[in-house]
Design a protein around this ligand. Structure first.
Ligand SMILES: [Zn+2]
Length: 219
């Protein structure tokens, strides 16, 4: 799990470097399902002063099993998401500015740009609930469906993926789309892609992420 600790720290620092959060905002985790272990960033620590040893290991119910730090105050929704969707292996939660702006307007993100496909057909919006509460976990579980990203009203963004790199990419791409959507709203009337157009995008994304197996042409 030492590799996971280093990876969490790396992407925590990337969140700062790529302006997806500031200070100690947001949090990240990875889940090793076979071992029923969740590794999560500690509560209230600045990413730039963390070390791999500060990451907190929990069981699949969120009980701390290793580490001297308190886990992120949002561990509850991380645990709930891993339990809810077997395809999730990592979670990145940010307060990135444009996604959060839309979340404060209670606007979900429609397919205004094909990169919404990183999340799915759209980025849904979970209703407001106080941070760190079971009510927030319930709001997320009740809204996320099969999406890889969800806005939290008056709060921020949650991105998920099979691994940390994927979840981080989703967070970064959706922040870009959020900015584009916000800017199009300022100028006028954004043109939204149809469900059929997004179906085509999602199909291509699937192909794009797949390496040709031995014997395939690789076209
Ligand atoms: Zn938060």
């Amino acid at each position: 799990m030492i590799q996971d600790r280093e990876e969490l720290l790396h992407y925590g620092r990337e969140m700062i470097a790529r302006r997806l959060t500031t200070g100690s905002g947001g949090n990240l985790s990875v889940c090793a399902r076979a071992e029923k272990r969740i590794l999560v960033t500690p509560s209230g620590m600045e990413y730039l002063s963390m070390t791999p040893a500060d990451m907190v290991a929990c069981d699949d119910r969120g009980t701390v099993v290793e580490g001297g730090r308190r886990p992120s105050s949002e561990l509850g929704f991380h645990v709930a998401l891993y339990r809810h969707r077997a395809d999730i292996g990592a979670i990145v939660h940010t307060h990135s500015v444009y996604a959060t702006t839309l979340a404060c307007l209670h606007r979900e993100i429609p397919p205004v740009h094909y990169l919404v496909g990183f999340a799915g057909h759209k980025v849904p919006l979970a209703p407001y609930a106080t941070f760190g509460t079971p009510a927030l976990a319930d709001a997320i579980i009740g809204t996320i469906g099969s999406s890889n990203a969800i806005l939290l009203a008056n709060h921020g963004l949650v991105a998920v993926g099979p691994d940390l790199k994927s979840a981080f990419n989703v967070a970064e791409e959706i922040e870009l789309v959020a900015r584009i959507y916000y800017q199009t709203l300022l100028v006028g009337d954004p043109k939204i892609l149809s469900a059929d157009q997004m179906d085509e995008v999602l199909l291509k994304f699937k192909d794009y992420g797949r390496q040709p197996a031995a014997g395939e042409s690789g076209k």
